[in-house]
Design a protein around this ligand. Structure first.
Ligand code: XMP
Length: 514
């Protein structure tokens, strides 16, 4: 059997990042709640076990804990709360320093072996700390392997057993050499095999889908975005013509978007695709609506109606619905205080279908991050122009025409947006940017063109860098690129006489304007 790492989730916001780092090292892992029984864990046969961080203090009433026998099932890596827990259940002392330490810290490596294999004695390493408590006295049998100014016992290991602990977070990007530590744990300590590639992921998911679906039928709502495209391509690889994709043209798409989706799926991949042209229905429903939440509601409801009508024709006998939900869409984790908690950003789900819908869901990407989904898409042979696409919101240009949405306004925005993206690609910057788009503002301003005074629309340009869309920075375009984009939009798009660039970060601004 291939190597598998069990990650016990004590509630840290970074737990899924641990899983991600393990996948990056090409080892299979699963995240489970710490309430799994010893018996369950033994049956699971972990090659190694990682205890995540968490918000509690080990001494708190009801704090999640672990049976000391856990530490003998497989090699252990305790991270932050995981380290404190190992110390606590093994007879060490954990204390509260009276204040939280949050941020970068310098670590001094005392023992360049085990997790720190490949480092030099006394070498310094930048790490990310986020904790209130820390280990004050290591349990019997443990030695200190690294220290920092604020935490003398910043890492420790058992003298004879394969148990390693760190007070900091090796899984976050702010611990630049954290990946090496995790690799040392996986390969040096657990002797895991690096066999979990995007190809292995695809094979395993295909197998799962085949077993689940049997000879039944499946439907998938394609949005043209990366997530639903990759999910559809994967399921298609598994069950071929048992899958029918439905693409709703809501009239709020970007220039040539519909043709691109049809070409990729129908012509290149041979997927059964039904396109429903519902533009008029969406635009009629949106007529006169200015308030963004109301627009979203109307777009969402219209989508559900159109999709259900389409599937009662095209996928009449389908039992399953494929959704391209990703991990950041589903923040589902064990919550030590209140039991399992599930928060779903409904607006990210394909239309947020009705709760009483008859379909069972297939969500093959629900544990992955966006860039991992892109790699899976590449593995499936999807064209780069599709897997590398910037995210695009479900309500589309409907929330990028501010104020009332109309066909002429959409047309102006579509053309400005196409020029913007074309120039970004031309300057070779598309892949450096998380998301770039134009917004049509509901204001007009005065300009001059030739001998005439103009009174026309303002287009705002937005481009951000981000890793997950939760926080974002504005992208520092070279001035000449901005200049070229602005000139072209003003000269080529009738109805626009002014272009502005948005230099707001998220938070406090959001990525979309709405
Ligand atoms: P905000 O504007 O909240 O956006 O900073 C964060 C990310 O989510 C996308 N977004 C949406 N995606 N349906 C979607 O599928 C929506 O209603 C929606 N609203 C925002 C946004 O484009 C950005 O990538």
């Amino acid at each position: 059997m291939s190597s598998r790492i069990l990650i016990l989730d004590y509630g840290s916001q970074f737990t899924q990042l641990i899983a991600r780092r393990v996948r990056e090292a090409r080892v299979y892992s699963e995240v489970h709640p710490p309430t799994r029984s010893l018996e369950w864990i033994r049956d699971w046969k972990p090659t190694g076990i990682i205890l995540s961080g968490g918000p509690n203090s080990v001494y708190e009433d009801g704090a999640p804990t672990a049976d000391p026998a856990l530490l003998d099932i497989a090699p252990i890596l305790g991270v932050c709360y995981g380290m404190q827990l190992v110390a606590y259940i093994s007879g060490g002392k954990v204390i509260n320093a009276g204040r939280r330490e949050y941020g970068r810290s310098q670590l001094e490596i005392e023992e360049p072996a085990g997790l720190f294999e490949g480092f030099q004695p006394g070498e310094e390493m930048t790490v990310w700390m986020s904790h209130g408590d820390h280990v004050d006295v290591p349990p019997p049998g443990y030695v200190v392997t690294a220290s920092s100014k604020s935490v003398p016992i910043a890492a420790m290991r058992h003298r004879d057993k394969p148990i390693h602990c760190v007070q900091f977070h090796p899984e976050v990007a702010h611990t630049p050499r954290g990946g090496e530590l995790i690799a040392n744990f996986l390969f040096g300590v657990c002797h895991a095999e690096p066999t979990w590639t995007p190809g292995a992921f695809v094979d395993a998911e295909i197998q799962k889908v085949k077993e689940l679906v049997g000879s039944r039928r499946v439907i998938c709502g394609l949005s043209g975005g990366v997530d639903s495209s990759v999910a559809a391509a994967l399921v298609h690889r598994a069950i071929g013509d048992q899958l029918t994709c439905v693409f709703v043209d809501n009239g709020l798409l970007r220039l040539h978007e519909r043709e691109q989706v049809e070409r990729t799926f129908r012509a290149n991949l041979g997927v059964k695709l039904v396109t429903v042209d519902a533009s008029k229905r969406f635009l009629d429903a949106l007529a006169g609506i200015e308030e963004p939440e109301e627009k979203r509601r109307v777009i969402g409801h219209t989508f559900i109606d159109v999709f259900e009508e389409a599937t009662s024709g095209a996928g009449q006998d389908a039992d399953f619905l494929v959704q391209g939900t990703l991990y950041p869409d589903v923040i589902e984790s064990y919550s030590p205080r209140g039991g399992p908690s599930v928060t779903i950003k409904t607006h990210h789900n394909v239309g947020g279908l009705k709760p009483d819908m008859k379909f069972k869901l297939i969500e093959p990407l629900r544990e992955l991050f966006k860039d991992e989904v892109r790699n899976v898409g590449r593995e499936l042979g999807l064209p780069e122009e599709m897997v590398g696409r910037h995210p695009f919101p479900g309500p589309g240009l409907g929330i990028r025409v501010l104020g009332a949405v109309s066909e002429p306004a959409l047309d102006v925005l579509r053309r400005a947006d196409a020029i913007y993206l074309e120039e970004i690609r031309e300057a070779n910057l598309y892949n450096e940017i998380w998301q770039a788009f134009a917004v049509l503002l509901p204001v007009r301003s005065v300009g001059v063109m030739g001998d005439f005074r103009t009174y026309e629309n303002v287009v705002a340009l937005r481009a951000v860098t981000s890793t997950d869309g939760m926080t974002a920075d504005w992208y520092p375009f070279p001035y000449e690129v901005l200049g070229r984009i602005s000139n072209r939009i003003i000269n080529e798009v009738r109805g626009v006489n002014r272009v502005v660039y948005d230099v707001s970060t998220k938070p406090p601004a959001t990525i979309e304007w709405e």
